[in-house]
Design a protein around this ligand. Structure first.
Ligand SMILES: Cc1ncc(COP(=O)(O)O)c(C=O)c1O
Length: 401
């Protein structure tokens, strides 16, 4: 085997948020952490090599993203998502969350409504609140653990003359593939959403950080790639950070076809974010030009992890329902038939069984009774976590009897 995703690498004492901050977050310093969305394996060898080469040079002054890097990104976006972009649409940043912040500040004013679709990645919620904008929550519909966009509710909320935030909704913050529910949105769904964006003169800010993690017949389609009209009203956010496990190198990019929107984005960004990180940009170029073989091997391993997890749950803990990920490496577990409070769930799992997942209520109210589990880890860790969850569920069920 060319790449060994089974290898256990000790990440403790490496300033890893996932492994070293569990004492601060969950009051437990030695546990199996399957919460934060990064992977537990080494990045692609091509990326390691490129960084080593750059380190060897020894001079790390101010840097900037090269034209060649833009060309490499353009090729990746074309070959992976069939989208023809122009190099001057690409704007670099130090992360997708900072770019969400920048987009909101550039395109809306305090008091404006921002549409989000909960349950969703926490910074979607906190960024809207922290910037003084108002959340317009278009909750996803849960059809027996298959999540869908509630288009009727979205239209209703946008037509709501009585609610100030809805009247002033300016921006739809979209997550594709969706964290935590793992949906890869279909073309028909995206077309419907785009139509609503255009009819209501919104801007679509689409967080596509998980776009390289899609399985089976699912295909990631950037919403903005579907028509010239929607491209003109959009910001698409992407990064190699999840794909190649280099989140600590803080590098991402936005695709902004409309010049006016791009200039607004840049006018905020240039005052907040520097020109770039040498190692992040070096890694990005190596990833998108030479990392595809490693990525395909990683995807195969994660897909097998997903199968392993769903088989285990079906056979051993059928009371736990799950949304089988079409994309991302995260699985959204529904414990509501035994317990409704995610914090209690997670606390008990951490304290008594040494496993930390991510409490569902961090993703909004509709996440109560859910936990999100990260499957980008060696299978032996997943087995250990599932065995602990099984014991925990048994104990809770016994207490009910
Ligand atoms: C949907 C989504 N967006 C953004 C991020 C973080 O992006 P960044 O580290 O580039 O700020 C994550 C990380 O988990 C995520 O899941």
């Amino acid at each position: 085997m060319k790449y060994n995703f089974d290898r256990l690498i000790d990440r403790t004492n490496t300033n890893s948020v996932k492994w070293d901050l569990t004492d601060q977050v969950f009051n437990k310093d030695k546990c199996l952490p399957l919460w934060v969305a990064d992977s537990d394996w080494e990045t692609a060898p091509e990326i390691k090599e490129a960084i080593k080469k750059r380190v060897k040079h020894g001079v790390y002054g101010y840097t900037y993203p090269s034209y060649e890097l833009k060309e490499v990104i353009k090729k990746w976006v074309k070959s992976h998502y069939s989208w023809d972009i122009k190099t001057d649409w690409i704007v670099f940043a130090n992360g997708v969350v900072p770019s969400i912040n920048i987009s909101i500040r550039a395109l809306t004013v305090p008091g404006d409504g921002i549409i989000i679709q909960t349950p969703v990645y926490l910074p979607f919620i906190s960024t809207v609140k922290n910037t003084g904008r108002q959340i317009v929550d278009n909750q996803l519909i849960n059809r027996q653990s298959y999540f869908e966009i509630d288009f009727d509710d979205l239209k209703k909320q946008l037509n709501n003359e009585n609610k100030d935030s809805c009247k002033r909704a300016r921006l739809l913050l979209f997550c594709a593939p969706h964290n935590p529910v793992g949906r890869v949105w279909k073309k028909e769904e995206l077309n419907k959403l785009n139509e609503i964006v255009l009819e209501n003169d919104l801007v679509l800010v689409s967080d596509e950080i998980h776009s390289d993690f899609v399985y089976g017949d699912n295909q990631h389609i950037p919403a903005a790639s579907l028509s010239k009209e929607i491209a003109d009203k959009s910001i698409t956010l992407m990064a190699p950070s999840k794909t190649f496990n280099i989140a600590g190198l803080s590098s991402s990019f936005a695709i902004i076809p409309n010049k006016k929107i791009r200039e607004k984005f840049l006018s905020i960004k240039d005052h907040l974010v520097g020109r770039g990180n040498i190692f992040g940009l070096t890694a990005m170029k190596a990833a998108y030009s030479r990392g595809n073989e490693w990525l395909q091997a990683q995807l195969k391993y994660i897909e097998e992890n997903i199968e392993f997890t769903t088989d285990y749950i079906d056979n051993n803990i059928p009371v736990v329902k799950y949304s089988k990920p079409q994309g991302t490496y995260l699985i959204w577990l529904d414990f509501r038939s035994i317990i409704n409070c995610s914090e209690t769930l997670n606390n008990q799992l951490v304290t008594e069984y040494n496993v930390a997942l991510e409490p569902g209520n961090w993703f909004g109210e509709s996440g109560a009774g859910f936990l999100r589990m990260n499957l980008a880890t060696p299978r032996s860790n997943i087995k250990k976590a599932l065995e602990s969850i099984k014991k925990y569920v048994k104990k809770v069920e016994c207490n009910y009897e």
